[in-house]
Design a protein around this ligand. Structure first.
Ligand SMILES: [Zn+2]
Length: 342
């Protein structure tokens, strides 16, 4: 990456209202069959266009072709029964009705590879593609087959590796694994969670990211955050092992959050996607606020390793707010870029 402070988003962006109901998660599609396939591609084009217009350097599909960042991937696998649902506690935080693992899990066909090829055809910019991480996947399921979180996570790591290799071959420059579960299950993260991620990236030549956040701005998450006290030190539990890992880039929540910024020192040497946009509020940051967050992070990240980003996905926001936030991210990064080059 030659650009200094290349900007990107954590992943999801709002969908157009003709494709799915706006500002909700798991929103059902409004189109069917071929019209849906076309609609998803059109939405991807629009999402890409908005990122380019805002001056985002590393672009994505805005997750326009998936309903949800975890379940859409799982829906394409064998061994998971979506009719057979159980209520489980997700991220140790809220109850949800989830599908059941009923037999050995496997991937019979690519999940996102065609979408990634389509995005690749639309732009020469570097592209980033997000996949769910193994630990976050097992945390969104009821397991009636392996009866072991660790065993199931290793199976998913192998499956993710198949998908990641094909995404790389499709021209994806950066593959990201979303692991909000890393902020909750610290012992498991250190025992096998990070090792599973390393299995998922085995043999890849493209860059790899793990995204660890405090979630979308939904009520279950904002309620949880209220219980975390004045300093959020969750990252401290997993950073030392992540610093030693094969993952190239760590994507973090920083802006407006109670994460002490000096914790970034624990991953010194890694590239860091610094969340400089709060996704849990409709208030649009000023460029100066973004710049301020980036300047603070620069005390702990070398400038050539800092990637300005959003705290998390922006799917639940309105399109107008998301556009404003993309522009603010770009303008804020530009302020700091000019300071660094002055
Ligand atoms: Zn996130």
């Amino acid at each position: 990456m030659k650009t200094l402070l290349p900007t990107s988003t954590a992943g999801s962006l709002p969908k157009p209202s003709w494709l799915a109901e706006p500002e909700v998660l798991w929103s059902p599609w409004k189109l069917q069959n071929e019209a849906l396939t076309d609609g998803k591609q059109d939405a991807l084009r629009v999402s890409l266009h908005e990122q380019l217009q805002a001056g985002i350097d590393i672009v994505s599909d805005g997750e326009q072709t998936r309903q949800h960042f975890v379940t859409t991937f799982i829906e394409h696998l064998d061994g998971v029964d979506f009719e057979n649902r159980q209520t489980v506690r997700i991220r140790d935080r809220y109850d949800a009705s989830v599908p059941t693992v009923v037999s050995a899990v496997s991937r019979q066909k690519p999940v996102f590879v065609k979408d990634a090829e389509f995005l690749r055809q639309q732009t020469d910019r570097p592209i980033k593609w997000a996949l769910p991480g193994p630990m976050t996947m097992i945390d969104t399921l009821y397991d009636d087959h392996y009866k072991s979180r660790e065993k199931l996570a290793w199976e998913f790591a192998g499956i993710l590796n198949q998908e990641a290799r094909e995404l790389e071959a499709a021209g994806v420059d950066i593959i990201q694994f979303d692991e909000p579960a890393f902020n909750v299950f610290f012992d498991e993260v250190n025992d096998w969670g990070i090792a599973c991620l390393e299995r998922a990236i085995e043999g890849l030549n493209c860059e790899t990211v793990v995204h660890i956040c405090y979630g979308y701005g939904i009520k279950a998450n904002t309620d949880w955050k209220k219980t975390l006290g004045s300093e959020w030190r969750q990252y401290e539990e997993v950073f030392p092992r992540l610093q030693q890992s094969d993952i190239d880039i760590i994507s973090l929540e920083c802006h407006n959050s109670r994460v002490p910024v000096e914790l970034i020192e624990l991953i010194r040497g890694k590239k860091v996607m610094v969340g400089a946009i709060d996704v849990a509020t409709d208030r649009i940051e000023t460029p100066e606020e973004v710049a301020d967050t980036l300047r603070k992070a620069l005390e702990f990240v070398d400038a050539d390793k800092l990637y300005p980003c959003t705290n998390c996905g922006m799917a639940p926001l309105s399109r107008q707010v998301a556009r404003g936030k993309l522009n603010a991210l770009s303008a804020g990064a530009d302020i700091v870029r000019r300071e660094l080059l002055a």
